[in-house]
Structures are given as structure tokens and as C-alpha cells.
Design a protein around this ligand. Structure first.
Ligand SMILES: Cc1ncc(COP(=O)(O)O)c(C=O)c1O
Length: 366
């Protein structure tokens, strides 16, 4: 098979070895006579798969015992609502950092549920910066402060996952498992699996045990985090395929050297793209402040060429001819974006930077 170089912002490229293991077992799961996709989620076989993935998450992310690991559905989007439903008490407040599209989305949903306020707003800089701890408005008695570690669309990343004197909640959807998590600083860490660790359909929520049981008694069952904690995420039918595939991806991450290796790879591979941008004499332009450039989603612009030629459209068309796919920036911001997640081979990043260098040299002369 001719593998495309897939820079999709999510769902992500998975290593071929992980896909092959899924393929080998998809029809007859390890000699059981049926596919895992057909099995009861109450069966012993599935139970082992389920707990294997939870155990590997605990090991790879070094999750302390004070946290429950929940395997849910509904994406990070559902957590935008579930977290305030569970943690934001009546007459109390939560501060939200608006660092881009996703921070704003989390704030919008929390505002529908309770007293959410803006603790920091990146609007003035066009969402090209991130705050330091001292920039935040932390109101006394606040239930929590919500941040987004990596804005997938704007390509900005919190360089420091700082602590505060109040509980914090963080959306790590797009840089999950590419950096260590300072657990002491958080009550909830959450994100979808579909960028750095598996296929779509699984949302992972790490929640501090002491943050549970604050939900109002009339909260519907699925929306209550404590229900999932008490049942090991087996209160209802879990996303079995995604949990299985994520377990295989976690095994692959361990083989590569764990989080440290993923962190080093993210440094190296994002560096290859930013070096190419910075060496292009202004042909490519990153809008993001250098110290907060994302290591998973790199965004850049190309100015129109002579005669108003749309060089971004030309770049994307020529890239596609070389099987360099999904490089179009998000429709809300335009430009170019490469998403480089754990499962993407470094050879794909090399193919991208080779093309970028060639394209700049051909088109800047015109
Ligand atoms: C940082 C971030 N938060 C939240 C979401 C929404 O995630 P989901 O599609 O899993 O609901 C995304 C999706 O791309 C994201 O990148």
C-alpha cells in the first residue's frame, strides 16, 4: 500500500503496526470465534481489553492513585458541558482562559450552565499568545480555572503547565501524551483520543477523586462523572473498538520509549517545520509568538505572489499531488496547518519540509 502523508488535525495517522494488529484480530478476536466488535461489553475477554487500556494509561501518563481514569464518549465537546455540570456549584464561579477556538468553546458551554467568567482573553493578540499564571484573574473562592494546553486551530501551546492556588481543569485534546502532566496542578485533565493516541470515539477524563461527588442529585446518570468512576467506565456500553485500538497504541508508545520519547519527537518534528519556516526569508510566515508555538499543530501563511497569484492554493494543490494531505488551515483562519501527532512517521515530516523548501525556492523567485 502506498501510504499517504496524512497531516490531518484529527482523527490522526496511526502507526501501520497498530493498524495491522487490529486487522489481524478484527474478524476473530484471538481465537474467540467472534470479533471484539460483536462481543458483550460484560464478557471476560472485553473486560481484560478494557482494564488493559486503563492500566496502560495509568502507567504511560504516570497517573497518581488519587485520580480515576474514565473512558467516555461524546468527545472533549461533551466535557465542555459535563465538567461545569459536575464541578461548578450553585452561586459559585469558574474562570476560563480564552486562548483560541477551543478555550472559547469550553467557556461558552460553561456559561450556559453556571457562573463562568473570562480569566484571560487572547483576543487582543489575535490568539497568538498564551498567558503566564500571573496574567490570570483568579477570583477568591473560584471552583476552578479552565485552560487549554494546545489550541489545535490557532497553533498556540502553553509552554508551562503552571500551578495556581485553586483547582484547575485542562483540555489536553491535541497534545495529550506528548508531554508530562504535572498532576499536582490539576483536578481534571481531559481530551479526545483521536489525535495522539487512537481512533475517534473515546474521550479520556482523568479526575481527582476528591473532585467527584459534587454533582447535583438531579443530574442525568451519564453526565455524572462519579457514576463512571464507580463503575470503571462500564455503566453503559463503552466505545469498545476505540478502547482496544488505544490500548494497542499505548503499547506502541511504550515500545518507542514512552512519554519522554513522544516529547522528544514532538520537539524534533515541530522544529523541522519551524526551521523551514524561519529559513524561508519571510516566504512562509508563522503568526504565532515563538515561545508559544505548538509542537503538534504548526500554522503558517504564504503571501500572494505577483499578479495576485494565490500561493497558498498552489501550495496545497502541489502538496496533494505528492500525497501530502490535509494541510489546509482550519476554515475559520485559513492558511496552512500541519498536524504532526505521535503516530505520524518522521519520514512524512521530512517529505513535507523537502516540499516546503522546494516550493519556496521556486515561487519566491517569480
Ligand atoms: C483542543 C480541543 N478541544 C476540544 C476539541 C473538541 O473535541 P471533540 O471533537 O473530541 O469533541 C478539539 C477538537 O479538535 C480540540 O482540538
Amino acid at each position: 500500500m502506498n501510504r499517504a502523508h496524512n497531516f490531518c488535525s484529527g482523527p490522526c495517522t496511526l502507526p501501520v503496526s497498530v493498524l495491522e494488529r487490529l486487522a489481524a484480530d478484527i474478524v476473530d478476536y484471538q481465537g474467540s470465534g467472534m470479533s471484539l466488535l460483536e462481543m458483550s461489553h460484560r464478557s471476560d475477554i472485553y473486560d481484560r481489553v478494557h482494564h488493559h487500556t486503563i492500566d496502560l494509561l495509568r502507567r504511560v501518563c504516570a497517573v497518581p492513585d488519587e485520580f480515576n481514569i474514565l473512558l467516555l464518549q461524546g468527545g472533549a465537546s461533551l466535557q465542555f458541558a459535563m465538567i461545569p455540570m459536575n464541578l461548578l456549584g450553585p452561586g459559585r464561579s469558574a474562570g476560563y482562559v480564552l486562548s483560541g477556538t477551543w478555550g472559547k468553546g469550553a467557556y461558552a458551554d460553561a456559561s450556559r450552565i453556571g457562573e463562568a467568567y473570562v480569566a484571560w482573553d487572547g483576543n487582543d493578540s489575535g490568539f497568538t499568545t498564551m498567558p503566564a499564571a500571573s496574567d490570570l484573574e483568579v477570583r477568591p473562592g473560584v471552583d476552578y480555572i479552565h485552560t487549554t494546553s494546545n489550541e489545535t486551530i490557532g497553533g498556540v501551546r502553553m509552554p508551562d503547565l503552571f500551578g495556581l492556588d485553586v483547582p484547575q481543569v485542562i483540555d489536553m485534546s491535541s497534545d495529550f501524551l506528548t508531554r508530562p502532566i504535572p498532576w499536582d496542578n490539576y483536578d481534571v485533565v481531559y481530551g479526545g483520543a483521536q489525535k495522539n493516541l487512537g481512533p475517534a470515539g473515546l474521550t479520556i477524563v482523568f479526575v481527582r477523586k476528591t473532585a467527584l461527588d459534587q454533582a447535583p442529585p438531579d443530574l442525568p446518570k451519564y453526565l455524572d462523572l462519579a457514576v463512571h468512576a464507580k463503575t470503571d467506565s462500564l455503566a453503559n456500553t463503552p466505545p469498545m473498538f476505540s478502547i482496544w485500538a488505544t490500548g494497542l497504541m499505548l503499547e506502541w508508545i511504550i515500545e518507542q520509549g514512552g512519554i519522554e520519547a513522544m516529547n522528544a519527537a514532538a520537539d524534533l518534528r515541530s522544529g523541522m517545520v519551524y526551521d523551514t519556516i524561519d529559513a524561508s526569508d519571510g516566504f512562509y510566515r508563522s503568526p504565532v509568538a515563538v515561545d508559544v508555538r505548538s509542537k503538534c499543530n504548526m500554522v503558517w501563511r504564504i503571501a500572494d505572489g505577483p499578479g495576485d497569484i494565490d500561493l497558498e492554493a498552489k501550495f496545497l494543490a502541489e502538496a496533494e499531488d505528492l500525497s501530502l494531505l490535509n494541510l489546509k488551515g482550519h476554515r475559520s483562519v485559513g492558511g496552512i496547518r500541519s498536524s504532526i501527532y505521535n503516530g505520524l512517521p518522521t519520514s512524512s515530516v521530512q517529505a513535507l519540509v523537502d516540499f516546503m523548501t522546494e516550493f519556496a525556492s521556486t515561487n519566491s523567485k517569480q
